[in-house]
Design a protein around this ligand. Structure first.
Ligand code: RB5
Length: 146
């Protein structure tokens, strides 16, 4: 499995921990930055991960900022991206199953790193629902992109 990961300064520490966590599981992680704790702008890293996912260079993306909000809002501006902020086991499962999310977003000021790892595991093992109602709704999201 191939994953792109990116964060701003607020998500930097979690990005580093997740990168190492995934590498131990034999998942190839492409680190899109940030690489330092210096303040940066989250849209820049949303764009790097988002384009990588939209261009099918990776299987999915992970983005992290303080809340998961700004970086997911920015990623969702890229055509083909469905970035979902996840903050519970339920939203982790629904993001993949119902929404066919291709980017998972976390808030380092919202959840502990242990929670984030748990939600990431749920997201990775959950399948996209093939039920017509869910597929139809995801198709309608795509139509909104024009
Ligand atoms: C940075 O302080 C913070 O605003 C950012 O990480 C994020 O939470 C924005 O949505």
């Amino acid at each position: 499995m191939l994953v792109a990961i990116g964060s701003d300064h607020a998500g930097f520490e979690y990005k580093e921990l997740l990168r190492k966590y995934l590498a131990k599981k034999d998942i190839t992680v492409i680190d899109k930055g940030t690489y330092l704790l210096e303040p940066v702008d989250y849209p820049d890293y949303a764009a790097k991960v988002g384009h990588s996912v939209a261009n099918n260079e990776v299987d999915f993306g992970i983005v992290i900022c303080g809340t998961g909000l700004g970086i997911s809002i920015a990623a969702n501006k890229i055509k083909g991206i469905r970035a979902a902020v996840v903050s519970s086991a339920f939203t982790a499962e629904s993001a993949k199953n119902h929404n066919h999310a291709n980017i998972i977003a976390f808030g380092s000021r919202v959840n502990t790193i242990e929670e984030v790892k748990e939600y990431l595991e749920i997201f990775m093992k959950t399948k996209e629902s093939e039920e017509e109602r869910h597929v139809n709704r995801v198709n309608k999201i795509q139509k909104l992109e024009g």
